[in-house]
Design a protein around this ligand. Structure first.
Ligand code: B12
Ligand code: SF4
Length: 430
């Protein structure tokens, strides 16, 4: 089960929940990893788009936790444990906080699950379940094809999702990927292509955190995508602006949107976050080059790191407008457990609390240096409101006329999301 991702839930007027993000891979991958010698009837529930079937009985309930969803995961675990189910917890939060997770489960899987999850299931079958299974990264060839039929039909804006690479070579101080020890690796290109053909969709999403870490690999992947005549979106770093050959190939292979962690308009803030390879002076060129190739830029910014002052909100909104960043996303600097940011702020006694449900990048959970928590929260919401005003949306979504419908839909979804942010009563705990 995937616990509540409520901030991504888009309730339509006739009550049907839709996630405006891509379909998750976690549950469908875990289902595909169930060994044939462990006969199982499997159900999946993603609480972003459906209710958890609390009324049902299960022998084993497996729950995936991000930090922000861990509190909800523990509630779900408690419910099913009381009904006699065996509870297994896994996911990045379990990797970062295994001792905490153990208190809420009969067994946990930290790290990668590819070897340990099948082992756990066999132990369960044989009545020999252990408390802690820790998985090291395994080679990514022959990766199982996710069982997407388990997900709710029609519930995701982007149902055709896959990954080609794992991990990242950078070490940004706030990021859970290096903290969780997710080492960089790649899947064989031909297997990725095979999976795309199997999925059958013509618009796909790569959910890799950084597709371009290995230039040669990325080039060969994009070359192999060209004959498929698909469109695709994914994540990469701002360094793409300096690589015209790569950008050209990405566009020719069908890339229509890129989510890029621009993080800040302030070079000092970027250096503080260990993301100095981002150069705000070059964001204009980046946006222009992407627009020229008809690639929508989803630009992510983080507010509240130690070099940010109150000017950061206005400066960011102005840059977003000026550069016509098609779909801007704002986040509050969040010290996820296990990260360098957490260690540093904890040592400085600046962690306000560990109510994990607020560790979702949309709430202030630490004491900022140059502003109060309230000012950070207000600035964050002010920036969102400015950038998603009708005027700004209209101005930005015209950057690539032929992509207007796509870009406009993305902006519309964020406008709905903003209402939810604003309706929240208690945003800060001190
Ligand atoms: C795709 C993705 C999403 C998708 C889908 C999320 C999902 N739950 O699947 C969407 C777009 C919805 C999303 C949203 C968010 N995400 Co996100 N996302 C990712 C991403 C890029 C890939 C995850 C993935 O699909 N991996 C492939 C699948 C197959 O594996 P997996 O889920 O990693 O799980 C493996 C193991 O952990 C294990 N496992 C996982 N769960 C379980 C459960 C059991 C029982 C077992 C046995 C094993 C197991 O098995 C898998 C195979 O080894 C990761 C980065 C990363 N590489 O981890 C960030 C990441 C998970 N996201 C992150 C964040 C912060 C967010 C958001 C808060 C961002 C935002 N501001 O909106 C939201 C929160 C969503 C929510 N529900 O509240 C952080 C989480 C940090 C943390 N400590 O919690 C990550 C690590 C990114 C980062 N750079 O730090 N995200
Ligand atoms: S924020 Fe992006 S670039 Fe930085 S370590 Fe995480 S995945 Fe890598």
């Amino acid at each position: 089960m995937l616990p509540d991702g409520r901030i991504h839930k888009l309730k339509l007027w006739f009550g049907h929940s839709v996630s405006f993000r891509e379909a998750p891979l976690t549950l469908t991958t875990l289902a595909a990893l169930i060994p044939e010698d462990v006969p199982a009837h499997v159900e999946a529930a993603d609480e972003s788009v459906q209710s958890i079937p609390f009324h049902k009985e299960f022998d084993l309930v497996a729950i995936s936790c991000l930090t922000g969803t861990s509190t909800r995961a523990y509630e779900i675990a408690k419910h099913f444990a009381a009904k006699g189910s065996v509870i297994v917890l896994g996911g990045i939060h379990v990797t970062l906080r295994p001792e905490e997770a153990k208190e809420h489960a009969h067994a946990i899987v930290s790290g990668c699950a590819e070897e340990q999850w099948p082992k756990l299931l066999r132990d369960f079958r044989d009545g020999k379940l252990k408390k802690h299974y820790h998985g090291h990264p395994v080679p990514l060839n022959n990766y199982p094809i996710p069982k997407t039929s388990l997900l709710k039909k029609g519930a995701y804006m982007n149902p055709h999702v896959l990954f080609a690479t794992r991990g990242c070579k950078s070490k940004c101080d706030f990021c859970s990927v290096p903290a969780a020890g997710l080492k960089w690796d790649t899947r064989p290109v031909e297997e990725v292509v095979e999976q795309i053909k199997l999925m059958g969709g013509k618009r796909i999403v790569f959910n890799d955190v950084s597709l371009l870490e290995d230039r040669e690999y990325a080039l060969s992947l994009f070359r192999a995508l060209i004959p498929l005549r698909i469109t695709w979106g994914g994540l990469c770093t701002s360094t793409i602006a300096a690589d015209d050959e790569m950008l050209d190939l990405m566009a020719r292979s069908g890339c229509i949107f890129l989510l890029i962690g621009l993080e800040s308009v302030n070079q000092k803030s970027l250096q503080g976050m260990h993301k100095g390879f981002n150069k705000p002076d070059e964001y204009r060129i980046l946006a222009q080059k992407l627009h020229k190739k008809k690639i929508i830029l989803m630009g992510c910014f983080i507010f509240g790191s130690d070099h940010d002052t109150l000017d950061v909100f206005r400066d960011t909104v102005e840059m977003v407008d000026e550069l016509k960043i098609d779909v801007p996303r704002y986040a509050i600097y969040t010290p996820f457990p296990g990260t360098e940011a957490f260690r540093r702020l904890e040592a400085e006694n600046r962690i306000l609390h560990t109510r994990w449900e607020h560790y979702d990048t949309q709430h202030v959970v630490f004491q900022p240096k140059n502003m109060t928590p309230q000012q950070l929260d207000e600035g964050f919401r002010w920036a969102y409101k400015q950038s998603y005003s009708i005027r700004s949306v209209w101005h930005r979504t015209k950057a690539i006329p032929s992509r207007f419908p796509f870009s406009f839909m993305g902006n519309l979804a964020y406008r709905i999301y903003l209402k939810r942010l604003d309706n929240e009563n208690q945003r800060i705990f001190l």
